[in-house]
Ligand binder design. Sequence first.
Ligand code: SF4
Length: 247
Amino acid sequence: MAGPRTASLVELECRGVTGPVRMLRRRKGRSPRESLAEKRRRARKILRRLAAAYPDAKTALNFSSPLELLVATILSAQCTDTRVNQVTPALFRKYRTAADYARAAPGVLERDIRSTGFFNAKAKSLRRAGAAIATEHGGRVPDTMEALLALPGVGRKTANVVLGNAFGKDEGFVVDTHVGRLARRMGLSRETDPEKVERDLNELVPRGQRAMAAHRFIFHGRQVCHARRPLCEKCPVLPLCPRVGVA
Ligand code: SF4
């Protein structure tokens, strides 16, 4: 008869047992060896701690409709949410429908969004997405992953943001620069490609929790797990984090 199963380092670590904490720290900088079930349990513990730290996490982009969120998310590429929020009030007053973006005069939309950077490419995406929404979806932003991904300039990150925040559909994990960095440091993914990171995180976090989990990762990335100097000594996740790649 098989004896009681020996708990893994990660399981013990998750229970707050001090010995394995030391052992995990000795493996600092490397992903812990753990099964998918162990990694899921560790991810759940991490998210519980982040939920306690950031109970009210939500998207920082201001919007009042799916179209506004779609536009704001397209503008947020390579740009801070703060900057986007400075541009969108006037933009949303001026462009009220998808068709308004589609028929914006050459140069005008570019000028209206100039301060968000990469304005030529973003204006092209807004015009083309606006035209597709107006002609193929009756002016309404579609609410399925497939239809959103078919819109010009819309990738999985934008689609997940819109589905999760404008439609309350928890389809996939939003992976931006913060989420990707944290997933790798926490040993939840080894990937650098955002779609592969999302695939790994979707394996660990069930539907229904992904949108909030992504918000909490982003808050944590902004406030504690900074790109250059993560504040590990202040981090509520420290006992569960192998700090992969952190000096
Ligand atoms: S701040 Fe340090 S301990 Fe916390 S998640 Fe980032 S790398 Fe891990």
